[in-house]
Design a protein around this ligand. Structure first.
Ligand code: APR
Ligand code: PHB
Length: 391
């Protein structure tokens, strides 16, 4: 088998890269170790920043997004018993769209298959070879046959637990947090039209949604928490305490999903070795408080698709040479923003709520909601700095 770009992983990064390359006349094959049903149902975050929505629209991927996505023009920060709205529309004239990541994945798979793309699910034993000059991806196909895919370049879009990162000699920047998120999806109509980020002395809580029928909620929990240890009643009680505000009512409903998400900041530099390019979670992780994970993956592959097209079509290496440097500027902006939101909103010192750290958090929150300059900084990062911005 032969293709121009061998793509490992059918998450948002790998699938969108394949789509963007096809639009520039470049062939690719996508290899995914999970089943199609698995990747289409995996529950992840759901905030699309403005530049992501624009890119999906410009490249013909937004038909369902425009029908079903929920456009939001702000978020609330809740602390000290008060609710404070950050008005994105007023501050930066742009907003976000709430649309589940697995919906983006479904739309991408449908678009690629309609275009006759070669996406192989359920492959195993993926191995990368010849990275510095003549790349070959070995794998076992869904039919059990061992195959080799020769390609001009490899895109490692195989997420944080994939195999590609190990093939790039890199330096790691890593920060782990002493808490995790217990997340639920509930069949309950959202009672509030925007996301609420709540700093409470019992721990952080986030109010989000997926549709007019489904609410998405999170609680800060200790990192070793087993989701099974929390009963439905306990979860609703804790959410009610942490999200409490005047006039706020929480609709309860049966749980559709329950799980624990770890919190981590991680960057592997550089994102390229020879003819292997890392994109998305394969190269970097952000804690979900900034809602940046999928948006960063999408920004990476936009840069990569253009760089690879110039290289493969025009033999121009300038884009592939600057790929890692260009992406890492945006990655570090998102790393800072995600770390900042996480630090401001979580209970980082459960033992002592009058601590120095707690007072700094409250001061930062009060400043963020009362100063137009500070609120604008949050807003422009949250809705997403333009892909062309000098960062
Ligand atoms: N071979 C083939 N596929 C692999 C392998 C492998 N050895 N290892 C992992 N994969 C697949 C995973 O099953 C997954 O479908 O690679 C895909 C990686 O997709 P994501 O984890 O979704 O990563 P990415 O496309 O970079 O998207 C980043 O996803 O993790 C979330 O919240 C994060 O929103 C962010 C986004
Ligand atoms: C979600 O809806 O799942 C969500 C929203 C915002 C975040 C993280 C997750 O910051």
């Amino acid at each position: 088998m032969r293709t121009q770009v061998g793509i490992v992983g059918a998450g948002p990064a790998g699938l969108l890269l394949s789509h963007l390359l096809a639009r520039q006349g470049i062939d690719s094959v996508v290899l995914e170790c999970r089943s199609r049903a698995y990747v289409e149902q995996r529950v992840r975050a759901g905030v699309l920043e403005h530049p992501t929505v624009e890119l999906l629209r410009e490249t013909g991927l937004a038909a369902r997004l425009d029908q079903q996505g929920l456009a939001h023009e702000g978020i609330s920060l809740r602390f000290d018993g008060g609710d404070h709205r950050i008005d994105f529309a007023d501050l930066v004239g742009r907003g976000i769209v709430v649309y589940g990541q697995q919906e983006v994945v479904k739309d991408l798979i449908a678009a690629r298959l309609a275009d006759g793309a070669d996406i192989r699910f359920d492959v195993s034993d993926v191995a990368l070879d010849g990275i510095t000059d003549a790349p070959v991806i070995g794998f076992v196909d869904a039919d059990g046959k061992r195959r080799e895919l020769a390609c001009d370049v490899i895109a490692g879009c195989d997420g944080f637990h994939g195999i590609s990162r190990a093939a790039v000699p890199h330096t790691v920047h890593d920060r782990q947090y002493p808490f995790a998120w217990l997340g639920i999806l509930a069949k309950a109509a959202p009672t509030h039209h925007e996301l609420v980020y709540a700093n409470h002395e019992r721990g952080f809580s986030l109010y989000s949604m997926r549709s007019p029928e489904v609410t998405r909620l999170y609680l800060q929990v200790p990192p070793d928490t087993d989701a099974a240890d929390w009963s439905e009643a306990q979860i609703w009680d804790e959410l009610a305490v942490r999200l409490a505000a005047e006039g706020f009512v929480l609709n309860e409903g049966p749980l559709i999903e329950k799980g624990v998400t770890g919190m981590r900041s991680f960057v592997a530099e550089p994102m390229r070795h020879g003819r292997l390019f890392l994109a998305g979670d394969a190269a970097h992780i952000v804690p979900p408080t900034g809602a940046k994970g999928m948006n960063l993956a999408i920004a990476d592959v936009r840069v990569l698709a253009d760089a690879l097209a110039e290289f493969l079509r025009d033999h121009d290496e300038s884009g592939i040479d600057s790929y890692s440097r260009t992406c890492l500027r945006r990655v570090w902006r998102a790393e800072h923003f995600s770390w900042w939101m996480t630090s401001m909103l979580h209970n980082v010192d459960a033992a002592d709520t009058d601590s120095f750290t707690r007072q700094l958090q409250l001061s930062q929150l009060r400043y963020t909601v009362s100063s137009r300059a500070a609120a604008t900084s949050l807003a422009e990062n949250y809705v997403g700095l333009p892909h062309q911005a000098a960062l």
